[in-house]
Design a protein around this ligand. Structure first.
Ligand code: NDP
Length: 323
């Protein structure tokens, strides 16, 4: 495993990490979840990503039980939670958003579900236009001072809001956000590369990037239809399949070229897609998703593929999706 500093912080995260979205508490049973976490930890992964909203809290519950059952040493791994949408089916006004009330309650609930005394990372899952940023910054700072959170961050916040949060924190000597969690993959590059890269350089923030395979699309498995037992058949995730059709003219050709390029480079398409994310030095860690051990094993192989990537190969990969 390779380890990278999360921005200017002293925290060293594994370059590949494991997330719980769609899988834990949903399609993946507890036994498989246990095996996935054990496999990840054995491979050197030290960061597990969650959110209150994943399977309405059940993802965190499974992750917490599994980590406790495996007796992972608390000083050897990091866990996150994300707050905004709530963990109940039909959240009341106090059970969602970024108010001091919900940010605090959601932290307490995540600590219980994950069975830990503190969250390593705690993120605002999106902005909340109905809560002043000052209130959220203060709430996060209080949780840090209480020892319940170590670092806080944002996910898909407009850069301007992140700048404002830093300004507020600086002026009042509060803890500022240390990381942003954006989507980043070969089909979705702009936000990280154009909006967040300058911000990270300016403010020293790290990035924990999500959906390196664009929900599996970059593995090439959807090229000839939607396979049974794949994410696009999961109840409630039909919107992902609809997104696949959005660029239906160019996309299949690009993906076929990408699959051929991966074969030429003795990699699988999934490995090449993840290795490409790793090639960006602004990325602190690439969050993997896996519903089976075989997928995780394959995706971990991206580290070796990354070690073989040079600038001209990165340019070749990018040119496939530029046409
Ligand atoms: P990916 O884009 O890598 O998608 C993972 C899914 O693709 C797997 O669950 C599996 O689905 C399929 N897959 C994985 N490996 C392979 C393979 N080798 N071959 C074929 N199919 C494969 O990542 P995610 O979208 O899961 O995102 C990773 C993590 O990022 C999440 O768990 C979450 O923690 C975080 N995230 C954060 C968000 C945010 O708003 N902050 C939003 C989304 C994710 P299947 O087998 O079911 O087809």
């Amino acid at each position: 495993m390779q380890y990278r500093r999360m921005g200017n912080s002293g925290l060293r995260l594994s370059a590949l990490s494991l997330g719980a979205w769609v899988t834990f508490g949903g399609r993946v049973g507890r036994g498989e979840a246990r095996e996935l976490v054990a496999q990840a930890y054995a491979a050197g992964i030290n960061f597990f990503d969650n959110a209150e909203v994943y399977a309405r809290g059940e993802a965190e519950r499974v992750m917490g039980d599994v980590i406790a059952d495996l007796r992972l040493p608390r000083d050897g791994f990091c866990v996150s939670s994300k707050v905004l949408w709530g963990s109940v089916e039909d959240p009341r006004p106090t059970q969602q958003g970024l108010s001091r009330k919900h940010v605090t309650e959601a932290c307490h609930q995540a600590l219980k579900r994950l069975r830990v005394e503190y969250l390593d990372l705690y993120l605002c899952h999106r902005p909340d236009p109905e809560t002043p940023i000052e209130e959220t910054v203060l709430a996060m700072d209080s949780l840090i001072r209480q020892g319940k959170v170590l670092y806080w961050g944002t996910s898909e916040w407009p850069a301007e809001l992140i700048r404002q949060a830093h300004k507020i924190a600086r002026a009042a000597h509060l803890h500022a956000p240390s990381l942003e969690q954006p989507q980043y993959n070969l089909l979705h590059r702009e936000r990280l590369e154009l909006e967040y890269a300058p911000l990270c350089a300016e403010l020293g923030m790290g990035t924990t990037v999500w959906s390196p395979l664009a929900s599996g699309v970059l593995s090439g498995k959807y090229l000839d239809g939607i396979p049974a037992e794949s994410r696009f058949t999961a109840p409630g995730y039909e919107w992902l399949a609809r997104k696949l059709d959005e660029d239906s003219e160019r996309r299949p050709r690009q993906l076929r070229e990408f699959v051929a390029l991966a074969a030429e480079l003795s990699a699988t398409p999934a490995q090449l897609a993840i290795a490409w994310c790793l090639a960006n030095p602004q990325v602190s860690t690439v969050l993997l998703g896996a519903s089976r051990r075989e997928q995780l094993a394959e995706n971990l192989g991206a580290l070796d593929v990354h070690a073989r990537l040079d600038d001209s190969t990165v340019a070749r990969i990018e040119s496939v999706f530029a046409r």
